[in-house]
Design a protein around this ligand. Structure first.
Ligand code: NDP
Length: 263
């Protein structure tokens, strides 16, 4: 099935590893050119070069911090310079938190507001004009199941991801007249490096069987009783980026192996 993504230009934040890299690979496999953004310069440059060579597309890595206005401006400028604008924006950069509301200071709340919400606001402001001039586009937000089903130890994550989900809906209404489709995805358990780090920390005092910790989490939380691979989730993002999803506007889709405990 031709998804019609050949020669589209996709900007992916957090594109150097994990889910963002899998989405980048999926889009490149369909012929899209890439702008990958992350803070660690070497890793994002290496991955951009590797994906470009594997799929015969053009890709650049942009070292920037999207939790800052300057970082977002640098990403927009690099995209303009390399490709003259973008057709697709995937707001994916993000991170789990760990705190209580009683103890977390204001600056922690502020940081995750900047990373999870303001990055999406600023990059929409920066990239929507070129999408308009190219005749339309797609913006996807990677929120989390935690946007609607909170996990007790990460109130800042739950709250800022819920805000991102609402931002996605609101932006969708504003830009659909310009043929820009905006949607949000709420993943469940996706096996990325952070989970392994978390499981190793949790098992450190009890023998170090981190695989058993991950198995227990999957069996407890997901009806399907396993984690997804980043690639399984990336297929869904690639579909939403394509014209095959032409009537999908302003929605939030769960890709969670049955983790959501309601309808
Ligand atoms: P990873 O930690 O594997 O990757 C995060 C990516 O974001 C890296 O490329 C990292 O690169 C980049 N990044 C982080 N902070 C910034 C920043 N301030 N500016 C620019 N780039 C940044 O994460 P995952 O792949 O696991 O998660 C990706 C997204 O998916 C996140 O938003 C997460 O909340 C969401 N999600 C993940 C789930 C999971 O189970 N894994 C479940 C639900 C949602 P660098 O460090 O070089 O900046």
């Amino acid at each position: 099935m031709d998804l019609g993504l050949t020669d589209k230009v996709a900007v992916i934040t957090g594109g150097s590893v994990g889910i963002g890299l899998a989405v980048a690979e999926g889009l490149a496999a369909e012929g899209a050119h890439l702008v990958l953004a992350a803070r660690q310069a070497d890793r994002v440059a290496d991955e951009a070069a590797r994906v470009a060579s594997a799929h015969g597309v053009r890709a650049i890595g942009v070292a920037c911090d999207v939790a800052t206005a300057e970082g977002c401006a640098a990403l927009v400028a690099a995209t303009e310079e390399a490709f003259g604008g973008a057709d697709i924006l995937v707001n994916n950069a993000g991170k789990g938190t760990n705190e209580t509301i009683q103890d977390a200071p204001d600056d922690k709340w502020q940081y995750f507001w900047e990373l999870h919400v303001m990055a999406a606001v600023r990059l929409a402001r920066g990239l929507v004009p070129s999408m308009k001039s190219r005749g339309g586009g797609v913006i996807l937000h990677n929120a989390s199941i935690c946007a609607v089903q909170p996990i007790w130890y990460e109130p800042i994550y739950n709250t800022t991801k819920a805000a991102l989900m609402m931002f996605s809906k609101t932006l969708a209404n504003e830009v659909i007249p310009d043929n820009i489709r905006v949607n949000c995805v709420n993943p469940g358990l996706i096996m990325t490096v952070d989970w392994v780090t978390h499981a190793k920390a949790m098992s450190a005092d009890t023998g170090g069987d981190w695989q058993a910790v991950l198995k227990a989490i999957a069996e407890e939380d997901a009806a399907i009783k396993r984690f997804a691979t980043p690639e399984e989730l990336a297929h869904f993002f690639v579909f939403l980026c394509s014209d095959k999803a032409s009537y999908s506007v302003g929605s939030t889709y769960f890709v969670d192996g049955g983790m959501l405990k309601t309808v």
